[in-house]
Design a protein around this ligand. Sequence first.
Ligand code: HMG
Ligand code: MG
Length: 300
Amino acid sequence: MIPDAVKIVEVGPRDGLQNEAQAISVADKLTLVRLLAEAGLQSIEAGSFVNPKWVPQMASSEEVFAGLPKDGRCYSALTPNVKGLERALAAGASEVAIFGAASEGFSQKNINCSIAESLQRFDGVMSMARDAGVPVRGYVSCVIACPYDGSTAPEKVLEVSQQLLDMGCYEISLGDTTGVGTPASVNRLLDSLLLEIPASKLAVHFHDTYGQAIANIYAALQRGIATVDSAVAGLGGCPYAKGASGNVASEDLVYLLNGLGIAHDVDLQKLIAAGEFISGRLGRPSQSKVARAMPTENDE
Ligand code: HMG
Ligand code: MG
């Protein structure tokens, strides 16, 4: 049941950087993306076209997309509404993602509307994306618990995921936004989802707040899920999920996949070097345990 190959969606340049208070130059963002691409990552979430007043760090996404190479890789962006999609299309994004939630509290805080209102907004995004021939991924946040509403019923996650798939999303990325899940709660969630949705249409997106992300990924792999989101150096966090830490580190994910003999596209040493670059720019150590255990040749 464990997949032979896994697709890694690198979310570091978006989820990883969106919460950073310090200014990060467009040149540094582009260097990060280039290093990630050189490490072999084929799918990189490079920015988001949200309200810049809400998430100032992503305000430079137009400039970032303008500087990306046309190298056949998938460079995607978050688009919360039609305005976001118009910006993403003008910037040349090869794929976009809409992002909803399985809890009302997070939906209100994150995108300023109810779940039902968000689905209405997404309708406009989906039809415009369809006309433009751009694939749309769907995120569902708070699949285990919500920082405002407490634990989330798997049935609610199923309902929202199914609605996003019915609208035309090609895949649902299941976000444990606050990183509170364990293999037990992840398996309960997947018990419910996999009755209705094939594993091939699901991805997992674990934040590592409680140190459970690698265990949770292993649980998801055992259920046949073959797409995993991660962020280099374990960067990340959502401005609307206070206290939640970064995504699972891409380096730690690649080490896990190597150990399990699961194919992927990534050169671990080059990935560690990408993580060292951005950690250096941010002036703090990498959150990747693997990167700390396996220094690159540049290190003493
Ligand atoms: P709103 O304020 O309700 O929007 O925001 P509005 O339609 O009422 O418009 C208000 C103003 O925003 C107007 O400007 C609009 O033009 C502008 P004004 O007239 O005041 O000058 N505006 C925009 N500007 C640029 N780009 C846009 C855009 N839309 C409106 N796309 C909105 C609604 C959704 C836009 C806002 O709530 C928002 O930007 N939210 C984004 C929050 C965010 O980025 N969160 C982090 C990403 S999600 C995440 O991290 C979770 C994930 O990783 C999975 C997981 O871990 O669970 C994906
Ligand atoms: Mg996230």
